[in-house]
Design a protein around this ligand. Structure first.
Ligand SMILES: [Zn+2]
Length: 254
């Protein structure tokens, strides 16, 4: 593995290397980091875009779907010409065109109990851009088990929520919600709608948290608090989240 940045890398990343909280060492860490993005959709698109632009060394993209016309309003990794193409292929082409330095690993599968641990192992951070509760709980449980920090997020209509979990240090998603809600309470993007720019805001926060975590920001992470975004009233608020000692995923009994 390279020990120092190339002249081209220094120029490409110069505007973020200049940021006093980052710098060359942090950039080197980003270039050696591996981030897994679950879902190349409304959240995964902006997250993966900014992670690739920032020079994350390896991006894993998990998605079993093909690009559909109704995806394009928010899933900005994909273009009209990609309709019918596997999302992971379209994502890889877009991200590689943006930054050929990034190795994009594709997983054209649904992230489920049979493959989650094998896929996630070896990644340094997970961006959960999945669109269903089963996947969100699975990402949480696998990440906690493997000790991988991750960003949880959910979006619907004009609202979003996002939280960072550092296993062993902060509250996890199951500390907040023990089990998935009953199906009749679930509003999905498919049924309820979503404004693309709302997904963009939340996915971009997820990328920011991944970069901060990998660059070594300990104190400023979005841990032990759920950030709730109300785009209609253009307000952000936070809900404090405490670690639950009885948590099924990260509690004392596990
Ligand atoms: Zn927990």
């Amino acid at each position: 593995m390279a020990e120092r940045l190339t002249t081209e890398q220094i120029e490409r990343y110069s505007r973020q290397i200049m940021v006093p909280d980052l710098g060359g060492k942090a950039q080197m860490r980003l270039c050696q980091s591996r981030v897994l993005v679950i879902g190349a959709g409304g959240l995964g698109s902006p997250a993966a875009f900014y992670l690739a632009a920032a020079g994350i060394g390896t991006l894993g993209i998990v998605d079993a779907d093909q690009v559909a016309l109704s995806n394009l309003q928010r899933q900005i990794l994909h273009a009209t010409g990609d309709i019918g193409r596997p999302k992971v292929e379209s994502a890889k082409a877009t991200l590689t065109a943006l930054n050929p330095d990034v190795e994009v690993k594709t997983y054209p599968v649904r992230f489920d109990h049979s493959n989650a641990e094998a896929i996630a192992a070896g990644f340094d951070f997970i961006v959960d851009g999945s669109d269903n509760f089963d996947s969100k709980f699975l990402v949480n449980d696998i990440a906690v088990k493997l000790g991988i920090a991750f960003s949880h997020a959910g979006i619907v209509r004009l609202q979003g929520q996002v939280m960072t979990v550092v296993p062993g240090k902060s509250a996890c998603y199951r500390c907040l919600f023990r089990t998935p809600p009953p199906p009749e309470e679930i509003l999905s993007c498919q049924a309820a709608g979503i404004l693309g720019a709302v997904a963009g805001t939340i996915g971009t926060i997820q990328a920011t948290e991944a970069i901060k975590y990998l660059a070594g920001f300990e104190d400023g992470l979005l841990t032990d608090r759920l950030l709730i975004y109300d785009a209609k009233m253009m307000r952000f608020r936070e809900v404090e989240v405490r670690r639950d000692p009885q948590c099924f995923a990260c509690g004392a009994a596990t």
